[in-house]
Design a binder for this molecule. Sequence first.
Ligand SMILES: Nc1nc2c(c(=O)[nH]1)N[C@H]1C(S)=C(S)[C@@H](COP(=O)(O)O)O[C@H]1N2
Ligand SMILES: [Mo]
Length: 557
Amino acid sequence: METRETNRPIPERPPKQWYGELAGVAATALALGVGELVAAATGGPSAPLVAVGGVAVDAAPTPVKEFAVAVFYTYDKLALQAGIVLVLAVFAAFIGVLAMRRLWYGLAGVALFGVIGVLASATRASATWAYPLPSVTGALAAAGLLVLLRRTLPRPAAALAPGLGKDTGTDTDTATRQADTSEQDAQSASSETGVPVVDGAGEPTARRRFLALAVGAIGVAAVAVPGGRRLWAQRVAAARDAVVLPAPSSPAPPLPAGASVGVPGVKPFVTRNADFYRIDTALTVPQMEPKDWRLRIHGRVKRPLTLTYEQLLAMPMVERYITLTCVSDEIGGELLGNARWLGIRIEDLLAEVEPDEGADQVVSRSVDGYTAGTPTAALRDGRDALLAVGMNGEPLPVEHGFPVRMVVPGLYGYVSATKWLTELELSSFADFSAYWVRRGYAEQAPVKTQSRIDTPAAGRRLARGQVMVAGVAWAQHRGVSAVEIRVDDGPWQRAQLAAVASVDTWRQWTWSWQATPGKHRLQVRATDSTGQLQSGKAHKPLPDGATGWHTIKVTVT
Ligand SMILES: Nc1nc2c(c(=O)[nH]1)N[C@H]1C(S)=C(S)[C@@H](COP(=O)(O)O)O[C@H]1N2
Ligand SMILES: [Mo]
């Protein structure tokens, strides 16, 4: 009855590629959404996107990161997140296409993603049993969705016709052979038989079900990702509000009268928390509840120690004004601030654990795996190196390291000021290189003597006559002994220095200028209390802090 031609199998045409792509993106989106919700529910601060992203940040070479920082300033995290999402989408689409052709290949791809997520979270400091959960549940959800989508996958209409055998006339195992047949066969088959092969679409109900499933999963993810994050952040914010900071047993010295010169435009002596600069590698602000916080002090010590937040708060607290500066601060930059910190002295803790001879580096680790290396000597030489819990009378803001961070007077932040701190490991500089050291920054990074002109602002037009020139100068833990100004390469002239309570903060200064009409160049330089003059040699921040004199141009009319 049937001709030879019509007896030929009408093979399945591989479904249009975009079904696979959509399936992959939907499954990955669902995985991220489920992962985020599970992270929020279990308190694992390691949602898959953050975990994988964190590993990517750690793995990125320094030039890439520097490029990102230069282009996006401190907003490079957002760009990085967008980049990760993009790369993820491409991989997701690939896995989806695989899955629609050969389910097992696709599932293997999902499993690989899951394993990367689990490994990424397991490498985070203070990983607990809860850390891999988001990745595992996310991967399971993705796998489930792929299986469902694969079942719903619309078949070309012709392929749905049952019982079409090969030349032999048998109709066994058609599906297997269909799957193996190439696209050319499909085309020739359709032209020869005249049976329409719907262009990769199949029956409309299957198509509708497939789309509904895929788009629905993406919708769930679009709600779950921000929802999960918000939920988690709210929990931590509530826990932070509930913290009652103890009174310091050694309060901050009262601010001397005149610590603030009162010239408009000068940086306030105490930086408000909301105005304090923020620098970190964290993709999303690590969210940690005090009840989950532990500090492990270990490594080359005689008596390792683990502390809870409660135990920490019960220890004698000191309160100090300390100015924090970033090594990346350019001349005249904004990456510095001064706050009243409340915390315990790290020296007291080190005395308890008894570091070994030769353990010359204290490696601090954050919950998200960031590391800094501080000279053990700097933490034991009597300076007020703190494990801080309070900032300007409040519990640490979450962006500034809640629940606990380090603050060490006299050292740049990248070697001393670890936020979201979970670990102190006694080690040596020979044995371990911390995060930024591996990326070309110096092992030892005492703050360089610096000064800046806050007012007048660069480029400003001023009226002739008396102009108050003012700013700040800093040389933490040495102290500032002099500030000088010069106009247009004229003689250096002494500025008035404001009073300060300690050598650990910046110092405001003022200088009264009789401005004459014309374009002028103002320069500032400071001298620290050891008598060392601030270097005028222009140098970029890498590897151990910028040098040069802040110089501005103004026009007087
Ligand atoms: N966990 C963590 N802590 C960190 C960093 C970081 O990337 N991650 N950056 C350090 C750097 S380079 C600086 S300058 C200070 C900045 O602290 P702030 O954001 O509170 O101003 O934090 C330090 N502590
Ligand atoms: Mo920094």
